[in-house]
Write a protein that binds this ligand. Structure first.
Ligand code: SF4
Length: 307
């Protein structure tokens, strides 16, 4: 699918999820399942491109075989207001190792946590949560990208008007994005770091900035895009300001959520720069920077930001 040819000027409001999302394209879903099944034999479905056979068992960075494991699911009232209540489904495994990760154990030992759920049974739970009021199914973790085949197999048992939210660090590939186009209605992307050095130190990723900005640009026209940026202690100038500046200049079609509630549960008690909380002066400075930018669809801590 080609990118949206309609240019949107900075400051122009963009589509929101209260508009009816596109239906899941069943032909594209079949093709995506076939792609993921084949790709898992020499796995290259995310940016790590491990080349291992996941049908034979876990061997790559994510530590996952072909099947997924669920460690919690519920109606989530704390996501962006436009997705509430979301049916959040947490899958074990990730391709990052972020120092401040809130789900470290489920990420680093994915087979030791959660339970194996048949795709048909998970689809039944998605239908149940929808009947309880969920406006979307929000695949999170861990990470959906490293669980792509399991998710696609689940969606094969869901009705086509299921609103799929893909809650991702976007450490993926253009090919994966192409295959998920027409299936994912909302890309909920974490743009965490504003430079390669912070990304390397805090998540062990390499070539982060070029990879993330390239893949974010690739999302244009492929569904609704909402980019989250979490303000981190001491990273206002090196991460937050460059991230917001890039989004303002290069992704006017994306909504942006600046999050100021940094809470490093795993580092509690440690004496490191990342174990503390955000200074209120940093929050004020980041919020002022955000308000001043010509970004059309702004959210602050999940709430639409009034101009
Ligand atoms: S999904 Fe897992 S095995 Fe496949 S490339 Fe990514 S980290 Fe490696």
């Amino acid at each position: 699918m080609s990118p949206n040819p309609q240019a949107i000027r900075p400051g122009t409001p963009v589509a929101r999820s209260d508009q009816k999302p596109a239906a899941i394209d069943s032909a594209r879903l079949d093709a995506a399942i076939a792609w993921a099944e084949a790709a898992y034999h020499h796995c290259d479905v995310c940016a790590e491109r491990c080349g291992v056979d996941r049908h034979a068992g876990p061997a790559g960075v994510c530590g996952l075989p072909a099947e997924g494991r669920i460690y919690k699911e519920y109606l989530h009232l704390g996501e962006e207001r436009r997705f509430v209540p979301a049916h959040a489904i947490y899958l074990t495994g990730c391709n990052f190792r972020c120092a401040f990760c809130s789900d470290w154990d489920q990420v680093t030992a994915p087979l030791a946590h959660g339970v194996s759920v048949d795709p048909r049974a998970l689809a039944a739970r998605i239908a149940q949560r929808r009947s309880e009021g969920a406006v979307c199914v929000d695949f999170v973790g861990g990470l959906p990208d490293v669980n792509v085949l399991y998710i696609l197999r689940t969606l094969a048992h869901c009705p086509p008007d299921t609103h799929v939210v893909w809650n991702t660090n976007l450490w993926t590939t253009e090919i994966a994005i192409d295959h998920l186009t027409g299936i994912v209605a909302t890309w909920l992307v974490d743009l965490k770091f504003g430079n390669d050095e912070c990304a390397r130190k805090l998540s062990r990723s390499k070539d982060y900035w070029a990879t993330l900005t390239r893949l974010l640009a690739h999302l244009e026209g492929r569904g609704e895009v909402l980019v989250r940026h979490l303000l981190m202690p001491g990273h206002l100038d090196c991460c937050t300001r460059p991230t917001l500046a890039w989004l303002e200049s290069n992704a006017p079609w994306a909504a942006v959520n600046l999050m100021t509630g940094y809470a490093p549960y795993r580092l509690r008690g440690a004496r490191t720069p990342m174990s503390g909380h955000i200074d209120s002066a940093e929050v004020r400075a980041a919020t002022a920077d955000f308000r001043a930018r010509r970004i059309g669809d702004k959210l602050l801590d999940g709430q639409e930001l009034a101009e």
